[in-house]
Design a protein around this ligand. Structure first.
Ligand SMILES: NC(=O)c1ccc[n+]([C@@H]2O[C@H](COP(=O)([O-])OP(=O)(O)OC[C@H]3O[C@@H](n4cnc5c(N)ncnc54)[C@H](O)[C@@H]3O)[C@@H](O)[C@H]2O)c1
Length: 433
């Protein structure tokens, strides 16, 4: 075998050999070349096929992952949404989409609407800005009262479109937001995500919905920023925000005005003044003071320039709920349809406050009395982290438009808060079963 190979390589006649050898070599090279080209071609084909199948498997995995991770959709889910939105009143009831419904204000407003016979569908992304288990507990309270809370983000336009397809909402009560003034220094993008991008996504879906819902949404007293006119009136300038939170709320007021102007959406913005009460927000001073006082930990009390005490127009949650319902009841219809304005629609902004500011040291002494424990106070000068020295609401506009009249003073409201706190967390701050 070996000899034959050698003979093939070295034939007897040299000249002939050269030609034959050359042509044979050419053949071989051509063959090798062809063989290697076709092999390469085959390999390339194989690789392309492999890559293509990898990509399609990947996208299949991703899409099935999306189907699995999307917390909404399906026949059962749609039925839950429809049932929750159904109006129990004989005539004139609303069907309301409440965003931020697992939040402090959202849960109270949802319950109040349901109680009077309106249909309510909640929406919340259950983010962990503060303990999500508190949001879940509020959600189960809503569930027990026949309110379904959709687990989703206001930036998800597919979800929002689906919701307005399933239910012809008469109103949207938009309370979902990144709240808190100081946290903006830690996580600024969360404010842009929820308070700007999320708001625009929601308005886009509402403007295209048929019928267009009327919108009531939460702005904030923080838009008054460094305003010194007392009490704060809606006509005061709001161009000196002291925090990114305030700036995003102010931006929200401008953005909603645009959607009202172009698309005929009826929009009411509510400037809440330091809301407190049962099921409240753990990041707020009255809440964290209560926790620390009960646990024997010191509390930090900020003081303004020249040792002036900070003061807030603390507003009890039930009064805020009344203001929200009053706004919904008087909001009038949106005038657009299919993204087109048919006439001017209502655009309003109201202060919802208590009209009687209380200093933070007074708040602490009321808590001490209700808790029967003395606070360990650590008094320091207010750092420049977004807080303002005082807030004070003029509520005459809301009073004249829909009879808004707060009735709970801080002493009474905090008593109710402490009662709830002790039943929910227990004396040492642990959850009571
Ligand atoms: N509580 C107050 O003192 C106060 C004062 C002024 C304004 N506000 C405004 O009132 C509204 C309600 O405040 P709250 O005190 O109930 O706050 P909250 O944090 O308890 O409630 C807001 C809810 O919105 C949800 N959320 C946030 N971003 C979301 C998103 N992108 N998609 C879906 N859900 C999202 C949160 O999970 C939360 O449950 C907010 O707009 C807030 O800015 C509150």
């Amino acid at each position: 075998m070996r000899l034959k190979d050698d003979q093939d390589l070295f034939p007897a006649t040299l000249g002939k050999v050269k030609i034959e050898r050359t042509s044979s070599m050419l053949n071989r090279q051509f063959y090798r070349c062809f063989a290697s080209t076709s092999t390469m071609f085959l390999w390339a084909l194989f690789l392309i096929a492999l890559t293509a199948s990898y990509i399609s498997i990947q996208s299949l995995v991703l899409s099935s992952k999306n189907i699995l991770t999307d917390k909404w959709g399906g026949i059962k889910w749609e039925k839950q949404v429809r049932n929750s939105a159904s109006i129990q009143k004989q005539r004139g009831g609303f069907s309301v989409l409440v965003t931020g419904s697992a939040g402090f204000v959202g849960s109270h407003v949802s319950l109040a609407l349901k109680k009077r016979g309106d249909g309510v569908v909640g929406l919340d992304n259950f983010n962990n800005y503060y303990d999500p288990s508190l949001k879940r507990a509020r959600q189960s309270l809503l569930n027990k009262n026949g309110i379904f809370v959709v687990d989703g983000d206001i930036n998800d336009d597919r979800l929002l479109s689906k919701l307005v397809d399933i239910v012809a909402f008469s109103h949207v009560m938009h309370l979902a937001a990144q709240a808190g003034v100081r946290y903006a220094m830690e996580n600024p993008s969360s404010y842009v995500h929820s308070n700007i991008a999320g708001l625009v996504t929601l308005l886009e879906v509402c403007k295209s919905a048929n019928p267009q819902p009327s919108i009531v949404w939460a702005s904030s007293s923080s838009v008054y920023g460094l305003n010194e006119n007392v009490p704060f009136s809606e006509s005061d300038r709001t161009d000196k925000p002291a925090s990114l939170y305030a700036a995003t709320k102010k931006a929200g007021e401008e953005i909603t005005h645009t959607y009202n102007h172009i698309y005929g959406l009826s929009i009411t913005g509510l400037r809440f003044f330091t809301v407190y009460g049962p099921w409240g927000r753990p990041d707020m001073a009255y809440f964290s003071f209560t926790r620390n006082i009960l646990q024997g930990k010191p509390i930090t009390v900020y003081r303004g320039k020249n040792r002036v005490d900070l003061a807030r127009d603390f507003t009890y949650i039930d009064d805020i709920v009344k203001g929200c319902l009053g706004s919904l009841d008087t909001s009038g219809k949106s005038t657009g349809s299919g993204g087109k304005k048919r006439g001017p629609a209502l655009y309003r902004i109201f202060n919802l406050g208590n009209t009687s500011p209380v200093t933070v040291p007074t708040l602490v002494s009321i808590l001490e009395r209700h808790l029967k424990v003395k606070a360990k106070k650590n008094i320091i000068e207010m750092p420049g982290n977004g807080d303002v020295p005082f807030t004070h609401a003029n509520i005459s506009l809301a009073t004249s438009d829909f009879g808004y009249k707060p009735t709970t003073d801080l002493q009474t409201g905090l008593k109710k808060f402490v009662k709830w706190y002790l039943s929910y967390y227990g004396y040492n701050g642990r959850i009571v079963d």
